[in-house]
Write a protein that binds this ligand. Sequence first.
Ligand SMILES: C[S@@+](CC[C@H](N)C(=O)[O-])C[C@H]1O[C@@H](n2cnc3c(N)ncnc32)[C@H](O)[C@@H]1O
Length: 238
Amino acid sequence: MRPCAEEIGSRLGLPLGDDAPVLLRVTPERLELVQTGEGAPGPVWIDLGAVDTRSAGGARRDQPLSRAVGLRQGVRRVVDATAGLLHDAFLLASMGCEVVCVERSGVLHEMQRDALERGASDPALAAACARMTLVRADAREWLGGLGAAARPEAVYLDPMHPARRKSALVKKEMRLLRLLVGEDADAQELLAAAIGAATRRVVVKRPGHAPALAEGVVGSHKGRAVRYDVYSGRGGDV
Ligand SMILES: C[S@@+](CC[C@H](N)C(=O)[O-])C[C@H]1O[C@@H](n2cnc3c(N)ncnc32)[C@H](O)[C@@H]1O
């Protein structure tokens, strides 16, 4: 059963009320983020049913994301160290990967729990949801603490990109996420931790026009608006 607002508020140390710039709203159906103020867009919630897995359907193994992660090379154990709204994690799980989803924002972690609970009772989503495990942690430390047996084959990173000037072009989901968590200025440290933990490879999602997060890219896979840069993990067996 969905926890009530009081319970979530006390767990996360959030005040109850409706006068903050961003609210976490508990409705009978779901947890959602709401921006307040004039002209604010509608609520955002994690809707795994709306993630476009179909275009990955028949050609799934030729998708830039699956090529970058190394599905064809047998990679199946993946950590998504920037889980956010779970879209990419759900795509990876739909492709058959076991995905540990790490998120440091307590609010997003609660929304993720809520989304997986809803997904588990939807026959169209349940199988992929069962392959997803949630962890609330700063992935820089969490990855560093993994013992040899627990190390993933691949670590996937999608740190928050610097704001674009044409902000109207940025989806409302990303705008709200940015308001909530800010920019991931420590993304290079996260990449170093990911390289130290992955036995095979690290994948970094970048806007198509942006430079690489760091030197050492061993391969790049272009999507429509994004690019997936691949780095070798500690084992060097990409
Ligand atoms: C751009 S969003 C990721 C969106 C996600 N790929 C999706 O498909 O919804 C980046 C997320 O990574 C999280 N994050 C950034 N650095 C992190 C870290 N070191 N540990 C855990 N979470 C982190 C942020 O809090 C934010 O929720």
